[in-house]
Write a protein of this length. Structure first.
Ligand SMILES: Cc1cc2nc3c(=O)[nH]c(=O)nc-3n(C[C@H](O)[C@H](O)[C@H](O)COP(=O)(O)OP(=O)(O)OC[C@H]3O[C@@H](n4cnc5c(N)ncnc54)[C@H](O)[C@@H]3O)c2cc1C
Length: 397
């Protein structure tokens, strides 16, 4: 007789789990509070739709915080496995210049999800919509409809705490707290940050990118891009530092990001170029000699004193270590992803809750973090695949 698996929440983690679980051994039902699956996955197309990132596995693993948590899952189901899986479903992918992986030919998230869902239907996965899980009653799961169900294994894929409109409202946190399962309040990650620069500066530069820069905070440095927005800054170079800067902002303190405008040059090389310049003034040298963008030059002019701007030594230093004060982050709901959720100490290496046997938790509901660029979905896919493989092969299944 087949065992029953109840999957609660129907986002990417659930879809990956259901794709790889063995339906000759298990009857699987996904319970989703919305009337459709994967609403957060559907908004992923808004700002560039990255299915995974193509960098080598060792580098990939290092993008996640805490670094060792996803090691096993990412090695078991790699970024390349994601591409092969999707290719076999009829979703070919390509690697962009940033090494991010996109679906080919402008395939939209809705098409990707429909292909996955069709495959799940083919393999006999059941779906129940408009059903919000509300808690445990002994060994039963309760729902808002006042029905309760029993299952042999329960896989929670409840998501993080941003973009509530997609269903991922984080309301489940209290249900876990009631069971003495340790959780951490959600905090925004991969979000816009407010900067201490004048309204005039923002108005002059909103929408302007700072390309090919490197942003650092503490021990972490991220090369990439920042964009000046009405709110402040966003972009992969700062998203990658979320885990370091958010805790400081949470204490009501500012954070000074160090931005390297010219990562390909040392400070001495920048200095020499300034010294040897034949352009008529510093601004010309910055724009034409060092090829700094208009917004980079504006940043230097806005922050530096006249004495600093006209001293080649000081100017070279600031070009390599521009200090940008970050004062706040965007709201939780606007964040692309969230940290917090279920404390990692509550689960074993197969994501089973220590305090509730046969209950598993995967995806963004767990307290890990990664920058944008395909890493978030990859983690959800890898956790889904690892758990499915574990249940497919474990002796009590
Ligand atoms: C604007 C935006 C763009 C993004 N772009 C990318 C990108 O390009 N690349 C990338 O890698 N990542 C991207 N992400 C992040 C990615 O979408 C998420 O990390 C991913 O969706 C998390 O998957 P999940 O399955 O853990 O949770 P979710 O996708 O959040 O799914 C959780 C599901 O659980 C359901 N649920 C919650 N509570 C209950 C309950 N009590 N009962 C029943 N159901 C419940 C929710 O309705 C939801 O459907 C983006 C996110 C946003 C917001």
């Amino acid at each position: 007789m087949k065992k029953e698996i109840a999957v609660i929440g129907g986002g990417p983690a659930a879809l990956a789990f259901a794709s790889f679980v063995d339906t000759s051994k298990f009857d699987v039902t996904i319970y989703e509070k919305n009337k459709a699956l994967g609403r957060k996955f559907l908004v992923a197309g808004d700002g560039g739709f990255n299915l995974t990132h193509s960098e080598n596995i060792e580098q990939l693993i290092n993008r996640y915080t805490p670094v060792s948590f996803l090691d096993g899952a990412l090695r078991e189901f790699t970024n390349n496995d994601t591409r092969v899986w999707l290719e076999n479903l009829g979703i070919p992918t390509f690697i962009g210049s940033s090494k991010r992986v996109y679906p080919e030919g402008g395939i939209k998230p809705i098409q990707v999800i429909n292909v996955i869902i069709d495959k799940l239907k083919e393999k006999g996965i059941n779906f129940v919509f408009n059903k919000t899980w509300t808690g445990w009653n002994d060994n039963e799961l309760t729902f808002d409809s006042e029905e309760s169900i029993k299952a042999d294994k329960i896989v929670f894929c409840l998501g993080g705490g941003s973009w509530k409109v997609t269903g991922s409202d984080g309301a489940w946190l209290n249900t876990f707290i009631d069971q003495n399962i340790e959780t951490i309040p959600f905090a925004p990650a991969n979000c816009a940050y407010k900067i201490n620069l004048s309204k005039d500066f923002i108005q002059r530069n909103a929408g302007e990118p700072l390309k090919n820069i490197a942003a650092s905070y503490g021990k972490r440095t991220q090369k990439g891009e920042l964009v000046i927005t009405e709110f402040g800054i966003e972009g992969n170079a700062v998203y990658a530092l979320s885990s370091e800067i958010q805790p400081i902002l949470d204490q009501g303190k500012s954070v000074y990001l160090e931005i390297d405008f010219k990562p390909i040059f040392t400070e001495t090389e920048v200095f020499n170029r300034l010294e040897e310049s034949t352009f008529k003034n510093s601004t010309e040298t910055l724009k034409k000699g060092l090829k700094l963008s208009r917004v980079q030059v504006d940043l230097l002019k806005t922050i530096l004193t006249k004495e600093q701007y006209t001293s080649n030594k000081k100017l070279a230093h600031w070009i390599k270590q521009f200090k940008l004060e970050v004062t706040d982050s965007a709201t939780l709901d606007e964040a692309i992803s969230t940290t917090g959720g279920l404390c990692l100490g509550e689960i074993d290496s197969n994501y089973q809750l220590y305090k509730k046997e046969s209950n598993y938790c995967i995806g963004e509901m767990l307290d890990w973090n990664a920058p944008t660029g395909g890493y978030l979905l990859q983690a959800c896919f890898s956790m889904g695949a690892l758990l499915a493989n574990h249940l497919n092969t474990s002796s009590d299944s």
